[in-house]
Structure formats: structure tokens, C-alpha cells
Design a protein around this ligand. Structure first.
Ligand code: ADP
Ligand code: TRP
Length: 504
């Protein structure tokens, strides 16, 4: 840990400000750090250094809020207000841009009150490798701090937690880049909401197998991953009415459209993509980066735009890709003066944006080994449930226990019968039920909840003909829509002329 950070931590201690140290790889954007640590943007705080008429001020705001410049100018009684430049920032704070500490010595500090709506906030430490988790109430101990109302919630176009009324076209895809098996985090974050949406919307869901080529370059591995993902998804979805389920490589128009979209995509736009920047940050050189990886957002834009969906439900990590998709669509429409592509909106339901893993610390992810699987043997699921993080302060079953941050109850809230879960919570709080008992209840609940899907899984696995038929029908319908769009695209860009004969 470098000296500047140590010094800052000492200052925090002197002020009586508590913190927990969270380490991560070098990530620049707050979004990426939060995603890595398994938090949302409203769990993040950032200190912004601003220049007014004649001096600098610092404002602590929550990650999901936007500064209201007019409000700030009025409050401070100034005419001019702008963000400090990177140079000004580094000169005043002595830390790299992106790593601001919560308070900056010698600079008047303002705390936006929305920060205080949260009990804990992750914010800067002076290092790009460390984020500190603060108790927000402690911020009041910062000398001279003023509590203000300077922000509004940033809703963008995507609108977290928006209710989709029905009658829309919905599209999403999952890449078979892991081993293809889904865990309860994938189920809650992706599959479940899709099932819900399919009740009264037209849905397209595909296995993004061509995307997986960017990272999976073993033939056998890819074949297996795709097969597993297909069966996992189909088993979880069950009923397929209103859902067109297919694999990307069965609809070659995706890649054709990508080739065309390449030409309305500025290089700079793709260079700004987090996925690419993060890979560079992690030390991947340009020699090692393949063009598939680099151009991933353009193929993703093609995947989406070809179906002209209204809404694209995705995880928080895909939000930027959706923004790029909208930019590409706008560029196309502008270049060819025709509104071929309506701009799709992303949909990121707030309560399931990130499901935390069994370690209670980071988002549930196969690569972190903190998952609860759905289709594994019961013995494996039992092991995963039994090792789930509960309440570390509780030594004996008769000690009062905490529910908040206790992953067993977090999962029970999603899968358990409400009445029984509330009963268990009450008993747990007063030390009348043990960890083992609630874990056994969670195991029983999960097995029961996923029993129909587990049954379908076995059935599909032993019936490849049935799976192939579903994929054939799905891809037929998908090709129908995709080719209609492609006819329009060929026409709009001028590929169609008096010698044309090609038909999809
Ligand atoms: P993993 O992180 O386990 O490799 P993927 O990145 O393949 O999972 O994600 C597949 C889908 O599941 C995506 O839509 C993603 O947003 C969602 N997802 C993955 N992990 C979680 C999680 N912990 N909480 C909520 N959704 C998740
Ligand atoms: N990039 C997405 C992911 O990694 C998968 C994906 C590919 C996708 N194409 C898409 C999602 C189109 C939604 C729409 O999770």
C-alpha cells in the first residue's frame, strides 16, 4: 500500500471515521469497480472537484445521482461552475484522476444528502487498487462539511426497475463463455425476468455462440459449453410460448449486419468501451487482443438492431454496450437518412441487478467459486448451501443473529414462502434457530423450487432430437425477422440495384 494511502487512512482514524478495505484490480471507472465488488451504482460515492468563479470546492455525491449545476451555483452564489481538469485535480489532490479520497485537505467540502440515505457507501482511497467502504454517518465528522441537496437521481433512458406493461418486443442473449451451466444468480438476474416478460411480450432469446469465439478457442470446449447452456436455458424456461429461442450462429444475418454496421461505427466509440479498456488495464497488449474481442460491441449491436426490439434486459455490466448500440443505430439512421433502426432501451431491474455470492462479498460468479448451482447433484448443492455466509458475529445457535447481509436469508427472500421465511427471521434474530437449520431449510426450498426444471433438464439431455427441433423452429422465426430487416438495410445503403436478385 503506498504512503499516501496510509497517510489518508491515519487521518480517517484520527477523525473517528471507520472503513473497511476492499481490494480490486486496477479499474478506472466506478461502474467497473462496483461490478467487480458486486455492488450497484447507488452503493458508490464519489468526490468531485469543481472549480467555481475563483476557487475549488469538493462535492461528495452518490454514484447513481447527477449534479444539478444550477442548484449548486445558486447555493454557492457563484456564476461559473465546472469540473476541475485532470491537471488541476492531480495538482490539488496529489492522487491519480479517478482515485479521489472522500475529503481533500484545504478544499471546502459538501455532502449531498442522498449519500445519507445509504448506511454504507464505497468510495475512494487515493489508490486505484483500493476502495473503502464507509459508514455514511461518519462523513459528518469531516471538519467543515456541509450537508446539501445538489443532485437528482440519474435515470437515463434505461430506468432501473421500470415496469414493462406488455405488447413490446424484448430481446436478450447469453454468451456461452463459462462452462455453460447457470447458477441461481444467472437465474434471478437473467432467466427469471425473461420468463416473466414472456407472459405478455414477444420475446427473442439467443445463445450468443459466435461471441464466445472471442475467448473460447478450444473446439471441444466450445461445443460442450454451447450444449450445456442450451439445455440449462431451456430447462429453466420451461414453457416457450411467446419466446423465440435460438442460437446466434443459426442466423447468419447477425454477422452480415455487423459488417455493414462496422462502417458507421467510429473507432473512438469502440476504444472507449469498458470491456476493451479493462482488458488493456489488466495488461493485455494490443498484440494479444483479437479483433473479435475489440469489435464485440458492434456484433452485439447487430444482434440487437436486427430484431428492432423495444427493450433489451441485461445485467448492469452490459449497460455501456447498449449505449454503444444506440449510438451505432443513430449513426446509421443519420448517414442513410432513413429511420431503419428504432433505438432500443436497456432494462436493468434493480432488485436483481447483482446477486451476491455465497461468500457474501462479491457478485455470484462461476469463476469466483461462490455460486449455488441449479442442475448439479444434490450433494454438491448441499455443500454450496452449507458453506454460505451467514452472520460471523454469531458463535452459538442461541446468540441473537443478524439478517442483513446474511446470504441464507437473502436467497430465502427470493425462493422461500414468505410467511415461513418471516417466521425463521424472527426466530433467528432472538437466537431460537441455528444456522444449520436455516441452511437445511434453504436447501429444501431450492430443491423444491427447481424440481420441475431439474426434471426437464434430464429429459432434454436424453432427447437431442427435441432440443434440435426447438432450435430449428426458433431460428426459422428469427431468420424471418432478421431477413426482413436485412432487405431494408441492403436497400437503405445502396446494395440493392437493378441487377439484384438475391433473396434470403
Ligand atoms: P458469470 O458472471 O457467472 O460468468 P455471465 O456473465 O455469463 O455469468 O452472465 C450471464 C447472465 O446472468 C447475464 O445476463 C448476467 O447479467 C447475469 N448474471 C450473472 N451473474 C449474476 C449475478 N451474480 N447476479 C445477477 N445476474 C447475474
Ligand atoms: N454481451 C452479453 C453478455 O455477455 C451477451 C449478448 C450478446 C447480448 N449479444 C447480446 C445481450 C444482445 C443482449 C443483447 O452477457
Amino acid at each position: 500500500m503506498d504512503e499516501a494511502v496510509k497517510k489518508y487512512l491515519n487521518e480517517l482514524k484520527e477523525l473517528g471515521i471507520e472503513y473497511q478495505i476492499l481490494e480490486h484490480p486496477q479499474l478506472i471507472s466506478v461502474e467497473k469497480v462496483q461490478e467487480y465488488l458486486g455492488y450497484r451504482m447507488d452503493d458508490a460515492g464519489a468526490t468531485l472537484l469543481m472549480k467555481t468563479d475563483d476557487k475549488f470546492v469538493a462535492i461528495i455525491k452518490r454514484g447513481d445521482t447527477k449534479l444539478d449545476n444550477e442548484k449548486i451555483k445558486k447555493y454557492l452564489g457563484v456564476k461559473n461552475l465546472r469540473m476541475a481538469t485532470e491537471e488541476e485535480f492531480e495538482k490539488i489532490t496529489h492522487v491519480p484522476s479517478g482515485a479521489a479520497t472522500v475529503f481533500i485537505k484545504g478544499v471546502p467540502i459538501y455532502l449531498d444528502k442522498k449519500i445519507l440515505e445509504k448506511e454504507y457507501i464505497n468510495a475512494g482511497s487515493g489508490s486505484l487498487l483500493i476502495t473503502l467502504r464507509y459508514k455514511t454517518d461518519d462523513f459528518k465528522k469531516i471538519p467543515g462539511i456541509k450537508i446539501v441537496d445538489f443532485t437528482k437521481i440519474e435515470t437515463d433512458k434505461e430506468d432501473l426497475g421500470k415496469v414493462i406493461k406488455g405488447g413490446k418486443r424484448i430481446l436478450s442473449g447469453i454468451t456461452p463463455s463459462g462452462d455453460g451451466s447457470l447458477h441461481i444468480g444467472n437465474y434471478l438476474g437473467a432467466v427469471r425476468q425473461f420468463k416473466e416478460l414472456a407472459k405478455n411480450n414477444e420475446c427473442f432469446l439467443f445463445v450468443a455462440d459466435i461471441h464466445a469465439l472471442t475467448t473460447v478457442q478450444s473446439r471441444e470446449e466450445l461445443q460442450k459449453n454451447i450444449e450445456i447452456l442450451i439445455i440449462n436455458e431451456l430447462a429453466l424456461l420451461g414453457e416457450l410460448s411467446n419466446i423465440t429461442f435460438f442460437r446466434q450462429s443459426d442466423v447468419p444475418m447477425h454477422t452480415e449486419l455487423q459488417s455493414i454496421l462496422n462502417n458507421v461505427t467510429p473507432l473512438g466509440l469502440i476504444k472507449r468501451a469498458h470491456a476493451y479498456k479493462d482488458k488493456l488495464q489488466k495488461g493485455l497488449t494490443e498484440e494479444e487482443m483479437n479483433m473479435g474481442l475489440f469489435c464485440y460491441p458492434i456484433l452485439m449491436a447487430a444482434d440487437i438492431l436486427i430484431y428492432k426490439p423495444d427493450i433489451v434486459p441485461v445485467g448492469q455490466d452490459q449497460k455501456q454496450h447498449l449505449e454503444i448500440t444506440r449510438d451505432i443505430a443513430e449513426n446509421f439512421n443519420k448517414t442513410y437518412r432513413k429511420k431503419v433502426f428504432p433505438l432500443p432501451e436497456s432494462h436493468i431491474p434493480k432488485e436483481v441487478a447483482v446477486i451476491m455470492g455465497t461468500d457474501g462479498k462479491r457478485k455470484m460468479s462461476k469463476s469466483l467459486g461462490n455460486i449455488i448451482s441449479i442442475f448439479d447433484d444434490e450433494a454438491i448443492i448441499k455443500k454450496q448451501v452449507m458453506s454460505t455466509y451467514t452472520d460471523p458475529t454469531r458463535k452459538h445457535a442461541i446468540d441473537p443473529g443478524h439478517i442483513e447481509g446474511n446470504m441464507v436469508f437473502t436467497y430465502l427472500d427470493f425462493f422461500g414462502k414468505k410467511k415461513r421465511v418471516e417466521e425463521l427471521k424472527s426466530l433467528y434474530r432472538v437466537g431460537k434457530v441455528g444456522d444449520v437449520e436455516v441452511k437445511n431449510f434453504l436447501l429444501k426450498t431450492l430443491i423444491k423450487y427447481f424440481a420441475p426444471a431439474r426434471e426437464r433438464y434430464q429429459e432434454l439431455k436424453s432427447n437431442p432430437q427435441k432440443v434440435r427441433k426447438i432450435l430449428m423452429e426458433g431460428s426459422e422465426r428469427a431468420r424471418e425477422v432478421a431477413s426482413t430487416t436485412m432487405v431494408e438495410v441492403r436497400e437503405a445503403v445502396g446494395l440493392t440495384n437493378k441487377y439484384s436478385f438475391f433473396e434470403y
